[in-house]
Design a binder for this molecule. Structure first.
Ligand SMILES: [Zn+2]
Length: 329
């Protein structure tokens, strides 16, 4: 019995997570991007924004950018709702909560690397009291559950920003968190985990020590599996972000695919899971009909093609991974 017992004796679980699905999303773009992946039996977790505010960000189409203050309810895009509902019903997709407004403090356009460098400038949750965060999470969860007739169990923080108020609100809303791990986040987590550890009863402490020892002995490349046990809210980390940057040359295609393969093999050895994170709109930059970022799409196709040829891979959604991990917690 352990954290890594995947269904059907699989050695690794594999999920694709696509962000920024909202009122503005044309379902044709999703179909074009994932058609082949679905044919090969992959599933896609759609990180969905219930009430997207039209900021200056690239995740808003140019013609709608800057309608500052105006909020768009996803349910008004009937075609998209119908499309996503049928994918959920066919078990080809699931829905994750991706913020509430996904707006930012400063209505500026930024590159993806700025996002990581200073997420507080961008996140709608920066500096909000816990009760406000909680209200947004509850409302967003409820809204998406009603629209898509499915249960929402995972929260994907906008701009990969997470703080203690958010962690607490997530725990109280019964939502797990799926985020990228960076050093700032790791520091925050270790701090939070230490406090949790001190407060916990002896029985839980014993379990955590056991898992910590296990992850040290198995030389885990990240502390993630241990953190999943230490934190009150289950935490799933993103394994790989396939962004539009770094695609200047053909050489980068080869390099990025190689990096992916190494990470995949590492996580497979650890009997862990792999979450590939994409943003559909970046492939169509800047909201063109066709896919404009050919190299990015090439790497995506290579990844999907490679994983499809591997055996003992459990193709699943992010919520599926959470369900398995929660059962084994
Ligand atoms: Zn986003």
């Amino acid at each position: 019995m352990g954290y890594t017992s995947w269904p059907n004796g699989a050695e690794i679980a594999f999920a694709i997570r696509d962000d920024d699905i909202s009122f503005f999303t044309p379902p044709e773009k999703l179909e074009r991007l994932y058609e082949k992946a679905w044919q090969k039996g992959f599933k896609v977790s759609f990180s969905t924004i219930p009430m997207h505010r039209a900021t200056m960000q690239p995740n808003v189409p140019p013609e709608s950018r800057g309608h500052k203050g105006k909020v768009f309810n996803i349910k008004k895009n009937k075609k998209l709702v119908k499309f996503l509902k049928s994918k959920v019903k066919d078990r080809k997709a699931d829905i994750l909560l991706h913020g509430y407004f996904h707006d930012n403090l400063r209505s500026v356009s930024v590159t993806a690397s700025d996002t990581i460098a200073d997420p507080k400038l961008l996140s709608e949750f920066y500096d909000l009291p816990k009760e406000v965060v909680k209200r947004r999470l509850q409302k967003g969860k409820q809204l998406l559950e009603q629209i898509f007739n499915t249960s929402i169990t995972v929260f994907a923080p906008p701009n990969y920003y997470l703080n203690n108020e958010m962690l607490q609100a997530l725990q109280e809303t019964n939502l797990a968190c799926n985020c990228a791990m960076n050093s700032e986040l790791l520091k925050r987590f270790l701090f939070k985990a230490t406090i949790e550890f001190c407060k916990a009863p002896f029985r839980r402490k014993r379990t955590w020590i056991f898992h910590l020892a296990k992850s040290v002995l198995s030389r885990e490349s990240t502390l993630q599996p241990t953190l999943a046990y230490l934190l009150p809210t289950p935490f799933l980390r993103i394994s790989y972000i396939l962004g539009p940057e770094n695609f200047d040359t053909e050489r980068n295609v080869t390099h990025l695919f190689k990096t992916f393969k190494k990470k995949f093999q590492d996580l497979r050895t650890q009997r862990s899971y792999f979450i590939l994170n994409t943003h559909y709109h970046t492939f169509f930059y800047d909201w063109e009909e066709r896919i404009t970022q050919k190299r990015q799409k090439e790497v995506f196709d290579k990844i999907i093609g490679f994983v499809a040829t591997q055996d003992k891979v459990w193709k699943c959604t992010v919520s599926d991974i959470l369900a398995v991990i929660s059962n084994q917690r």
